[in-house]
Design a protein around this ligand. Structure first.
Ligand code: ADP
Ligand code: ZN
Ligand code: ZN
Length: 736
């Protein structure tokens, strides 16, 4: 009897699809993880074989044959396929979409997984030798050699873009022993053939760094989870680099995850100069072909170091040896739509299943990761000191109620800025609000410019003379007068654009830069500003969250948090954790490289415990208090939660659907599960949709998972389910 192929297809349907093998192919010989072309409705789509079965539930006449086999070997190896099946199960997301998330678009479109590509590299001799020997007359040769010298290797396409006669030049260089041809096949050749002359040695390690590296080394080949906890600038990246050197030296691969915004050319450069072998870099702005190339290099083992953002957690690895998650507290590791996974959490799962160590690093660890340490499931490696002996910054609170202010900058703050500028330092001001002012207000009648599609106010963007909604993207011209009473209107409150303007007035001779999404929209613009800051051409900088991630500004001696109060009374149970992390991360930009730093936090609530804890006891004091509160209130990490969300263009339907879902959940009578809500979202209407949520709370994950198995099929079958857009978020980070 011929076997039946159970195939995953990229659709929101929570099922596999049965097919007969393509004509002339023995189905039982096919391996899971291979792609096939299959007829699906009127289309022909790429499906992925998940398992073969003896028979199908479908009647024989409805069983179609797959059209063709695409791969002769699985594109997803059994361990990765298992991880993805586990993830689909855990996050209750359709397997077809989960698998699609793990494959580059080019493979989802049916392109071949293997590449046979020629590449060329400078030989070790050429790298250490003197290129000037190539006389000036051979300038084309020289250009080519220098281009190759600046990277690991080049492909035909890349080299052809340098010179139309590149093949002649290469032949010439090959004759002199300057260049070697690396390999024919990306998918199978190991990286060992790359010359090892470019490797740069790191600095000698501080004792705590050496201890951390030794601990990670000693765990090789077993599952162990480490929390590398060190203030910004304490040398965490150096520890990763050293641990990875060990891994690469043994011929294994390391996977490094970084937050979206932190994957800068500087960071990649730091890795690239350490490792002679090629890096596979995976992030969201690659072209399909770039992504495919990096994916292949990871899968074949050609790249011993794979570095990427969230979805790189699903990068295939030929010889996995270590996983690193930098800035593990960062929320960009959680996918907030579609397949809502946490790459940080999956890093732990993947490392455990592969029996390799995993290192989570942060200056401000998530409460989840700290709790894992307390429970003995993770080992903390501390780097208490800054590299190079820089002292930690001093935090001070500035009471906004007691001091006069100039457009959001209190007088003592202005004086401190002046003092630091006079002393030759750079000053960084942080405000998590882009635009000119958060609202446009009519003093005569009280009108505030609303977003027509959201329960939100429009932000004033002065330079563009426009009002923007930061939730749905609505744009409008700024009205001259109030549409209600025709009196003049005025912007109220502070955004980064207005702070920039105020600083320009207060310090007219000091060069100034703003860093936020509006200011650095153009590709490469952020890099340019950061370069200017490093060269000391900018003395004052104002910016949003963007400033807090991954950038090192060694000359910044004063950091100002312009408004700490936005997060103090948030409705979300994680609001205070997020605020503490942000303050400590921003503060960490001050006073590196031996320059003592000062941090001013402006607030109207200087006696708020969160702020006083941070000032007197630092992040550890905050975290201890926050964990005690979470334990008391039985919130994560001392409980598990999930959120069922629904939205629709009408207000009533989402709540009706969630009410019915709640009744179904109650009928399941799973012990220990509590239901909260349904309730409308704090900002109920967004982009014309009304939103509501039902919170599920359980003592641990097992009862929640048991509930999901029985409950979700019933939820899916509700007639109201078809009238709303709904989703389940397991371990949500934000409750809207
Ligand atoms: P983090 O990742 O914790 O912010 P980094 O690893 O980037 O810290 O280190 C901060 C700075 O200190 C970098 O410029 C790095 O090169 C330097 N550094 C790190 N470790 C050492 C060391 N052991 N000796 C000298 N400099 C070091
Ligand atoms: Zn008015
Ligand atoms: Zn809006």
């Amino acid at each position: 009897m011929s076997s039946v192929l159970a195939i995953a297809i990229d659709t929101p349907l929570r099922q596999l699809f049965d097919y007969l093998p393509p004509a002339g192919i023995d189905g039982s010989a096919l391996q899971p993880g291979c792609r096939l072309w299959v007829p699906f409705g009127r289309r022909r789509v790429v499906g992925l074989l998940v398992e073969t079965r003896e028979r199908s539930e479908l009647p024989a006449h409805r069983l179609k044959a797959a059209a063709a086999l695409i791969d002769d070997a699985p594109v997803l190896d059994p361990r990765l396929l298992d991880l993805l099946r586990w993830s689909a199960d855990y996050y209750r997301h359709p397997l077809g979409e989960v698998l699609a998330a793990a494959l580059p678009a080019a493979l989802r479109a049916g392109q071949g997984a293997h590449a046979s590509e020629e590449r060329w590299a400078l030989t070790a001799a050429a790298r250490t030798g003197s290129l000037p020997e190539l006389a000036a007359r051979a300038s084309r040769l020289r250009d080519l050699a220098e281009w190759l010298g600046a990277r690991d290797s080049g492909s035909a396409t890349e080299l052809a873009s340098l010179s139309p006669r590149w093949r002649d030049h290469l032949r010439e260089l090959e004759k002199r022993g300057w260049v070697i041809r690396l390999r024919q096949d990306v998918a199978t050749q190991p990286y060992g053939t790359v010359p090892a002359a470019t490797r740069v040695a790191g600095p000698p390690l501080a004792p705590e760094q050496a201890e951390a590296v030794a601990a990670i080394e000693s765990a090789q080949g077993t599952f162990a989870s480490f929390l590398l906890h060190g203030v910004t600038g304490s040398g965490k990246t150096e520890v990763y680099l050293r641990a990875i050197e060990g891994v690469v030296g043994r011929g294994a691969q390391a996977l490094v995850l970084v937050p979206e915004i932190a994957l800068t050319p500087q960071l990649v450069g730091r890795f690239a100069e350490r490792f002679a072998a090629p890096l596979a870099v995976l992030h969201s702005s690659l072209t399909d072909q770039e992504r495919l190339r990096a994916w292949r290099a990871a899968r074949s083992g050609f790249a011993p170091v794979v570095i990427g953002t969230r979805s790189a957690i699903f990068a295939p690895l030929a010889r996995p040896g270590l996983i690193v998650v930098d800035e593990e507290h960062d929320h960009s590791y959680k996918q907030q739509e579609g397949f809502r996974y946490s790459a940080r959490d999956l890093a732990l799962v993947r490392a455990q299943r592969l029996a390799i160590p995993v290192v989570l690093g942060s200056a401000t660890p998530s409460l989840e990761s700290l709790e894992r340490v307390h429970a003995g499931r993770s080992r903390r490696l501390s780097l208490p000191n800054r590299a190079g002996g820089a002292r930690p910054p001093q935090l001070h609170l500035i009471d906004l109620r007691r001091h006069a202010e100039t457009q959001g900058i209190a007088t003592p703050t202005v004086l401190a800025i002046k003092q630091h500028l006079d002393g030759g330092g750079q000053v960084l001001l942080y405000l998590n609000r882009r635009g000119y002012a958060p609202s446009l207000f009519c003093p005569a009648c009280g009108w505030v410019a609303p977003c027509p599609r959201c329960d939100a106010r429009l932000t004033v963007h002065q330079r563009e003379r426009a009002l923007h909604c930061h939730h749905c993207g609505t744009h409008q011209a700024v009205p001259e007068t109030c549409p209600q009473c025709f009196e003049p209107v005025k912007p109220v409150g502070q955004g980064t654009e207005r702070i920039e303007e105020t600083l320009g007035r207060l310090f007219p001779d000091v060069p100034l830069a703003r860093i936020d999404r509006d200011a650095v929209r153009r590709r490469g613009a952020l890099e340019e500003v950061i370069e200017r800051i490093h060269r000391g051409e900018v003395r004052l900088l104002v910016g949003t969250q963007m400033l807090t991630k991954g950038h090192h500004f060694p000359d910044v001696s004063l950091v100002v948090v312009l408004n700490a109060d936005q997060g103090l009374f948030g409705t979300d149970f994680r609001a205070s954790e997020r605020l503490a992390q942000t303050i400590v991360q921003v503060a960490g930009r001050a006073g590196r490289a031996g320059r003592p730093g000062e941090v001013l936090i402006q607030t109207e609530y200087p006696e708020h415990p969160l702020l006083t804890q941070l000032v007197t006891g630092g992040y550890d004091a905050f975290a201890a208090a926050a964990l005690a509160e979470r334990r008391e209130a039985a919130w994560p990490p001392y409980a598990r939660i999930a959120v069922l969300r629904a939205e629709a263009t009408g207000r009533a339907v989402p709540l009706e659907f969630l009410d019915q879902a709640r009744d179904l959940a109650l009928a399941c009578a799973e012990p220990g599960i509590e239901l909260l809500g349904p309730a409308a979202a704090p900002m109920e209407r967004r982009a014309g949709h009304y939103r509501a949520q039902l919170l599920l709370h359980g003592p641990s994950h097992a009862p929640l998972q048991r509930l999901f198995s029985r409950w979700l099929p019933q939820v899916e079958a509700l007639p109201t389910a078809r009238k709303v857009r709904w989703s389940l978020d397991v371990d949500p980070l934000e409750l809207f």
